[in-house]
Structures are given as structure tokens and as C-alpha cells.
Ligand binder design. Structure first.
Ligand code: ADP
Ligand code: TRP
Length: 322
């Protein structure tokens, strides 16, 4: 039986890449599992980048509302905020005493972030130890993540094995599960969609702002009549991820024949997003209007999650002799 666990950082409202690449697949796996799953908001990881109380709080709500808008079932999964589980930071400390500094220095995500961010704090450096604690503290077996998180999962397995070797069997060694289509969702500039790159599509914006984002998608400058390669177009690449099979084929053939301009294809993509995510958007807006519901769900989820966290932490303390 597999215990599924995954988290998503609350560094902004989840974008289309996060939704297709992480949220939808994780919810699907959690709903199919017979065991309780753990889906959470990594709001302590976000503190490495955000130092504003209101923004931190608001991001936590938008991230929670996005999970719920895609039908996360809080009765099937423990759904909680990382900061409500203080046990996890205690475990992160223990783990960091079992993991070589030189290995942490090799983390790609730290290298990337330390090159791009102004605030290179030591939390950013020890990020993988908090992430390992997030996973190991619930005895999770399967962790659905995008491929950018694979190295963190390797570190989690490594630190758990090192601890087990030195202190006796304590942790379950988890496995990463890369989501189906492991290609990244492309952003408006054709690169990987990412909150830090100003290239996202936020499906939870109001209609007008959403349209503006879609109109920003970079394209070639071929005229309406020219024949176009659909697979070489950022608009089509996005449409392909969400459109119906038949419609994708039709649009591809219109590209190849010529006669469709980028303005029209953007309009088609915009309407498909409105149509496909209509229910999710409605649910999201409703939840953001009633944050008390979200707050209650998260608090209840944390109460459930803490029971398990305390159990595992007790085991760890016993292994160390505390
Ligand atoms: P971002 O790069 O926007 O900061 P995160 O690092 O917070 O995103 O990623 C949260 C989750 O969403 C991870 O599991 C990650 O693999 C997934 N994800 C992020 N961007 C994309 C993308 N463009 N396409 C597919 N999945 C993505
Ligand atoms: N690092 C992950 C991300 O950026 C978020 C995360 C924190 C996570 N703790 C986790 C993911 C535990 C899976 C399991 O997306």
C-alpha cells in the first residue's frame, strides 16, 4: 500500500505549469490510493524567498484554494500547512546532522537560486533537509514531483539511509514518482513556465487580465497566410495540453495550411482555458471570498497530520537516545 505525499511552495498563485505538472496528477494519485495521502503547502520553504507577512499569508490561501479548486478531497487526504507542524523543523535539524555539507553544496536548485536571487540565506541552502523532513516524518512511500525535484528526492533517500545505517532502522525510504508526461509546460516566452521568470499563465486571474497574459505569448512573425509549424509555436504547445483531441488536430491542420494568424490562435487558447477551467475558476473565486472555510480545512488537516508526525518523531528521538 502506498502512502502518497507531496507539497507545493506557496511563492505565488499556482500557475498552469504547477497545475498540470503537479496539482492535478497528485490529486489523481491521492484519490486512487487506498491509504491516507498527505498534500500540503510548503509555506516554510517560501520563507526562504518571501519576507512579507501579508504576501506569505495570501500566497498560502491562493495555493490552498488552487488545490481545493481542483477537487482535492480533504476527507481522503491530510491537507495542511507545513508551518502548523512544528515537529518537521525538529526533524530537519536531526537530518542535517547526518548529511554532508559537501553534498548540499551540489544541489542544482541551490546553485540556480543563489545565482538569481539577491537574498541567498542559509535556509535556501538547507532547503533539502526541510523537504526531507516533510517526507520522512509521515513514513511516505511515494512522492509525486516534477523532474526538477528529483535531486531533492535523492537527497531524502540518501539522508534516510545514512540515518538508518548509523542509528538503526528508523525511516521508510521513499520513492519519487515523476508525473506522466515529464515535459515542462512552456511559459509565454517559450521557456519552462516558472513563477520566477515572469512568463506564467495564471488561470485564476479575472478574464481581462488572463486575456492580457495570453496575448503576451511570444510567437514568430509569420503573416496570416503563411504556412506554420504548429509544434514550433508557443500558443499551440499550450493548446495541445488542454484542448480536445479532435480540436487539436483541426488547429494543427489550420496552422499547416496557412490562413490562421497568431491573434486568432491566442483567442482560441483563451476560450479553451475559460471553458476547460470554468468550474475550477468558479470554485477558486468562491473560496477566496470565504477564507474561513479554507482556514478550517487546513487547521483540521494539520491536527490529523500532527498525530502521525509525532509518532515518527518519537521513533527518531528514541533512535538518537533522547
Ligand atoms: P516554479 O518554478 O513556478 O517556482 P515550483 O518550483 O514551486 O514552481 O514547482 C511546484 C511544482 O510544480 C513542482 O512539482 C514542479 O515540478 C511543478 N512545475 C513547476 N513548473 C512547471 C512547469 N512549467 N511544467 C510542469 N510542472 C511544473
Ligand atoms: N520543493 C518543492 C517544490 O519546490 C516543494 C516541497 C517542499 C515538496 N516539501 C516537499 C515536494 C515534500 C514534495 C515533497 O515544488
Amino acid at each position: 500500500m502506498a502512502k502518497i505525499l507531496t507539497g507545493i511552495q506557496s511563492t505565488g498563485t499556482p500557475h498552469l505549469g504547477n497545475i498540470l505538472g503537479a496539482i492535478i496528477p497528485a490529486i489523481k494519485m491521492a484519490n486512487q490510493s487506498h491509504e491516507e495521502s498527505y498534500l500540503f503547502i510548503a509555506n516554510m520553504h517560501s520563507l526562504t524567498q518571501i519576507k512579507n507577512k501579508e504576501i506569505l499569508k495570501n500566497n498560502t490561501f491562493t495555493t490552498a484554494a488552487a488545490w481545493l479548486a481542483f477537487d482535492l478531497d480533504p476527507n481522503k487526504s491530510c491537507f495542511y500547512r507545513q508551518s502548523d507542524i512544528p515537529e518537521v523543523t525538529e526533524l530537519a535539524w536531526y537530518l542535517s546532522c547526518f548529511f554532508p555539507y559537501q553534498r548540499l553544496k551540489l544541489a542544482h536548485s541551490f546553485k540556480d537560486k543563489s545565482e538569481n536571487l539577491k537574498d541567498v540565506n542559509s535556509g535556501l541552502f538547507s532547503y533539502p533537509m526541510l523537504m526531507s523532513a516533510d517526507i520522512l516524518i509521515y513514513d511516505a512511500n511515494i512522492v509525486p514531483v516534477g523532474k526538477d525535484q528529483l535531486q531533492h528526492l535523492e537527497m531524502t533517500r540518501d539522508v534516510a539511509a545514512r540515518f538508518n545505517n548509523l542509528m538503526g532502522d528508523t525511516f521508510i525510504i521513499p520513492e519519487a514518482k515523476i508525473q506522466g508526461n515529464s515535459n515542462y509546460v512552456t511559459g509565454t516566452d517559450g521557456q519552462k513556465m516558472s513563477k520566477s521568470k515572469n512568463n506564467i499563465i495564471d488561470i485564476f486571474l479575472d478574464d481581462k487580465s488572463l486575456k492580457k497574459q495570453i496575448m503576451k505569448i511570444q510567437t514568430k512573425s509569420l503573416s496570416v497566410d503563411e504556412e506554420k509549424d504548429p509544434d514550433d509555436c508557443n500558443v499551440f504547445k499550450l493548446y495541445k495540453l488542454i484542448g480536445e483531441e479532435e480540436n487539436i488536430k483541426n488547429l494543427a491542420s489550420r496552422y499547416r495550411k496557412g490562413g490562421i494568424g497568431y491573434g486568432e490562435s491566442k483567442e482560441i487558447l483563451y476560450n479553451e482555458i475559460l471553458n476547460k477551467f470554468a468550474k475550477n475558476r468558479e470554485k477558486f473565486f468562491k473560496l477566496m471570498d470565504d477564507k474561513e472555510i479554507v482556514e478550517r480545512l487546513l487547521t483540521d488537516g494539520a491536527t490529523k497530520a500532527r498525530v502521525q508526525a509525532q509518532k515518527v518523531l518519537k521513533r527518531v528521538r528514541a533512535s538518537i537516545g533522547y
